[in-house]
Design a binder for this molecule. Structure first.
Ligand code: 4AD
Ligand code: MG
Length: 429
């Protein structure tokens, strides 16, 4: 009797004796036969025991076992057309390792999606949540492969910082032994320091935003894949993002076919090149659709969503006005009001998944920018100082892991892309 994982059990020949450990995903009784669906993280398998065929004590254990109990089952692999994927385990013995209380997540108890998130510590055992988490890991795994193949170095940046990367509005402030500090919004500044040591770097780590609005695409804690490269201009930066997203999408479709199917998601990996439009094109588009906004402002969410719905593959928006961007952005050589930056927008209404740009590498230019925007110079002194010690032109970008997951997995709300989501209204469980 060999201990196997569920996924392996499907590869064994009929008649093989197996021991399987997992949780009772569901239980039913038909005509004196008790059916269990057992889940172990690698898959689901049906196990069955019939009164009179199994020992009476085993049948009594089958009677007693509850949904979500942890169990150890011994039995024989049997082909059965009626079983999911044509296989089941004919139970010989059942060891109830940890008996579960009555499962609180029932159809009648679930009155709102919020209920499932109050019980997230338990509801993540469901098929949908686990499929999403597997896809999320597929995305991160693919990103690591992509950057490894291209010779990028993974670094880890601090998440307690004093230099705010993306402006004061979304900063979580904390008392750092009597001094003000913040939770990091982005690892970008630390990557910029690291490229002068390592040339090209990436991070995959948490980022924090005190997002005051309640939307389907904002978390207060999320994970970001960020990359930065010395001597890279904005054109190459966009190409890198295009290659990364293409690579990730292909990999996820190859390696997570069953999870995507389980979610009912038909996802076709996009082919490069991704279309491009300028910020001015977006202003015109908004006007045509009666959603006018003032030039120089951030693109309002309804405009971004409508635009995103009109597309079938990701696209770039380029040439953002300086007024809509953070202070570190380099402007175009022929126009000091337009930045060399881009947003990458996912189709089908999902919206922004990445932002990137070329950074100011010149000391005087950055000093003037910091002063003209009245930013606290002392907090940026080290960032500025980098520009005095051989800082070449450089660029980089950040992709939100949960945003990407939301799009690829076809989720309605970003919280479903996070194991334990943090939003304006939720810090527990
Ligand atoms: O557009 P953002 O703010 O850009 C930066 O932070 C740059 N410093 C990155 C860089 O160049 N290294 O954030 C980057 C991405 C967004 O495009 C989005 O995908 C995600 O991070 N993101 C969020 N995801 C979930 N919830 C939020 N509140 C998010 N804010 C940004
Ligand atoms: Mg952005």
């Amino acid at each position: 009797m060999s201990l196997v994982e569920v996924s392996e059990a499907f590869k064994l020949t009929e008649g093989s004796e197996v021991k399987i450990r997992g949780w009772v995903d569901s239980k039913s009784e038909v005509g004196g036969i008790i059916f269990l669906t057992v889940r172990d993280g690698t898959g689901y398998i049906q196990a069955a025991g019939k009164r009179g065929v199994v020992k009476e004590e085993v049948f009594q254990s089958l009677k007693r076992v509850t949904k979500e109990s942890a169990v150890e089952i011994e039995g024989v692999i049997r082909e059965d057309k009626r079983a999911p994927k044509g296989r089941e385990v004919a139970i010989k013995s059942l060891n109830i390792v940890a008996l579960a209380d009555k499962w609180p997540i029932t159809k009648s108890a679930v009155k709102s999606p919020a209920f499932l998130y109050d019980y997230r510590h338990l509801s993540i055992r469901g098929r949908k949540a686990s499929a999403v988490m597997k896809i999320r890991w597929g995305i991160i795994r693919a990103a690591i492969e992509f950057f490894t193949e291209r010779g990028y170095w993974l670094i880890s940046a601090p998440t307690i910082v004093q230099s705010a990367c993306e402006g004061g509005a979304t900063l979580f402030e904390l008392d750092y032994f009597g001094k003000k500090a913040y939770l990091s919004q982005s690892a970008q500044f630390y990557e910029e320091a690291a490229i002068c040591s390592l040339g090209k770097v990436f991070v995959i780590q948490p980022a924090f935003r005190a997002e005051k609005s309640k939307t389907a695409k904002h978390l207060t804690e999320f994970w970001m894949i960020e990359a930065e490269k010395a001597f890279m201009d904005q054109e190459e930066n966009m190409k890198l993002q295009e290659d990364l997203i293409t690579y990730i999408c292909k990999k996820v479709v190859e390696e997570h076919k069953s999870e995507l199917e389980g979610l009912g998601r038909k996802f076709t990996p996009p082919e490069p090149p991704f279309p491009r439009m300028t910020y001015d094109d977006v202003v015109d588009f908004a006007k045509e659709h009666g959603l006018e906004f003032k030039w120089g402002e951030d693109i309002p969410t309804p405009v971004e969503t409508l635009l995103s719905r009109s597309q079938t593959k990701p696209f770039f928006i380029t040439d953002y006005p300086l007024s809509a961007r953070s202070f570190y952005h380099l402007t175009k050589p022929d126009n000091d009001q337009i930045t060399l930056s881009s947003d990458l927008i996912a189709p089908e209404g999902h919206g922004e998944i990445a932002t990137g740009g070329q950074r100011i590498h010149d000391y005087q230019t950055l000093l003037m920018r910091i002063e003209s925007q009245d930013l606290p110079k002392e907090n940026f002194s080290w960032y500025l100082e980098l520009r005095r010690y051989g800082m070449p032109p450089h660029s980089g970008f950040g992709v939100g892991v949960e945003r990407l997951t939301k799009w690829i997995a076809g989720l309605k709300h970003i919280r479903a892309a996070s194991l334990f989501p943090r939003t304006i209204t939720r810090v527990n469980p």
